[in-house]
Design a protein around this ligand. Structure first.
Ligand code: LM2
Ligand code: CA
Length: 482
């Protein structure tokens, strides 16, 4: 029986904990996937460069994030909407988020903190302004003319739908050769365009960047992406944005030869499970649900688009349940997880906190910015992910409904109770070595001590504990008390 459960705004321990808050990319074989023990990506959406740099040092490095993903760094059209970043007018590293010098020192600072940098690279298109104008850094442009960079012959004019726009996602040609929301579509099949795009990406690599999220990848043939990739001056992590659409001819699988691909079904399916189905169904989440192969799959509970445009996904607004969904993602060995970090918004187009010139202000967590990556439940589960990397799942338990538990064999254990009632008086089989472990859902482990409850695992690998409604307990080897 499926229960469609209403979610009252209950304050679970996970929420309270949240409110209290204050690898390397190896040279790839054919596919560049995040490698090493620290694979979790924090997406600091629309943060300016000085704020990213200080966050790497203060939080991302110490908490074990392996990567930071930053918003598009190139010059863009003027305006205060967040999406101006997705309308390039030149490849100067000069944007509302900061200067080239600030960008470079951010990359260096993040590296010093042990955090690699992934850049959101907009390469399918240029601007979508009908009348042209002057970009953020002063470059003048027309819809199909970017002096010194691209001219009329470098763009597609598909001649469909009266305005060159994409209308029919069931038509492969149209999706890749027409304009996505009027954005001037580059002829990515041309040698010149490929070399210009590669020059931009190589410039970023020269500044130390470690990888790219390739925006709008579905709108470029996989072979064009491969050709651009082949021109990179050194190996880089690639994750391609190819949104799965039921019945569409262009599929995420076509792109897996180039690198990772965003698995958009993951966040949608996870939200449905948490909102209206059963956590028990998560037993084979991932490939068992028809998602991409784990080793090429990039997953997230929400991203900057889905948190605005996909009504059903879980976002920061869901508070405790959002934290639990991220805890599951970080505990479950499927794909490469990205933790979203948002600014607070109500209107769909509203830009980040900015000054009168639309320059993005420095981040102030919990005031204008949500900083989900700092929520203790989420940040501490990054340590769980790192401690359990490579370990399989064992000791799966579910009650048939909203209470689940599993081990990451020999390294960690989590139980999530999303029932509306507490589960009391149970014991859990973890298979972990006997010892005292910090419950990282409710406490932070540092300097050999735990700020929250301590879980005692006995010689047979069992512990007894009560789990409140809409809450969890998680323990792992790297948060074990001496
Ligand atoms: C992406 N992935 O493929 C980004 O993740 C997504 O955020 C981008 O759309 C999109 N592709 C293009 O890079 C965003 C935003 C759109 C916005 C575009 C361009 O979601 O709303 O479009 O960026 O800035 C806006 C207006 C739209 C207008 C267009 C061109 O909303 O109405 O189209 O600018 O002026 C006439
Ligand atoms: Ca295209």
């Amino acid at each position: 029986m499926h229960r469609r459960r209403l979610r009252p705004a209950v304050l679970t321990l996970a929420v309270i904990a949240s409110l209290l808050a204050s690898g390397t990319v190896t040279a790839p074989p054919a596919v560049a996937a995040p490698a090493g023990g620290k694979k979790v990506i924090a997406n600091l959406f629309e943060w300016n460069w000085p704020s990213v740099a200080s966050e790497c040092a203060s939080t991302l490095g110490p908490k074990g994030y392996g990567y930071v993903q930053v918003s598009p760094p190139q010059e863009h059209v003027r305006g205060n909407q967040w999406w101006v970043a997705y309308q390039p007018v030149s490849y100067r590293i000069e944007s509302r988020k900061g200067t080239r010098a600030q960008f470079e020192s951010m990359v260096d600072g993040c590296h010093a903190a042990g955090v690699k940098v992934i850049v959101d690279a907009v390469v399918n298109h240029m601007s979508g302004q009908a009348n042209g104008g002057t970009g953020w850094a002063g470059s003048s442009y027309q819809h199909h003319a970017y002096p010194g960079i691209y001219q009329g012959q470098d763009f597609h004019y598909c001649g469909r739908n009266g305005n060159n726009d994409i209308v029919d996602y069931h038509d492969r040609y149209e999706v890749q050769n027409c304009e996505l929301v009027n954005l001037a579509d580059l002829r990515t099949e041309s040698d010149y365009v490929r070399s210009r795009l590669a020059a931009y990406l190589n410039d970023l690599l020269s500044l130390g960047v470690d990888g790219f999220r390739l925006d709008a990848s579905k709108h470029m043939p996989a072979a064009d992406v491969a050709a651009i990739r082949a021109r990179l001056s050194r190996p880089a992590y690639l994750v391609q944005e190819v949104i799965h659409g039921a019945g569409e001819p262009i599929t995420p699988t076509e792109y897996t030869g180039n690198g990772d691909v965003h698995e958009f079904r993951y966040g949608k399916d996870l939200a449905r499970v948490f909102r209206s189905e059963r956590l028990a169904y998560l037993r084979n989440f991932g490939e068992g649900w028809g998602h991409l192969p784990s080793n090429v799959s990039s997953v997230f509970v929400d991203n900057h688009d889905t948190q605005r445009d996909d009504g059903g996904v879980l976002t920061y607004r869901d508070r405790g349940i959002y934290a639990l969904a991220n805890a599951f993602m970080l505990a479950w060995p499927y794909g490469s997880p990205t933790v979203m970090s948002s600014y607070t918004f109500s209107g769909r187009d509203a830009g980040p906190p900015s000054d009168g010139n639309n320059k993005t202000l420095s981040t102030t967590c919990y005031s204008g910015w949500e900083c989900e990556h700092r929520w203790p439940v989420i940040a501490n589960m990054v340590g769980f992910r790192n401690a359990t990397e490579g370990a399989g799942v064992s000791n799966w338990y579910d009650n048939g409904y909203q209470h689940i538990a599993f081990s990451r064999t020999g390294r960690g254990f989590i139980t999530i109770n999303d029932e509306d009632f507490a589960v009391n008086g149970r014991s859990y089989h973890t298979g972990l070595p006997a010892g005292r472990y910090c419950d990282v859902i409710h406490g932070t482990f540092a300097g050999g001590t735990c700020t929250g409850p301590v879980i005692t695992v006995d010689a047979n690998g069992w512990f007894a504990a009560n789990v409140p409604a809409h809450d969890a307990i998680a323990i792992h080897l790297s948060a074990r008390l001496p």
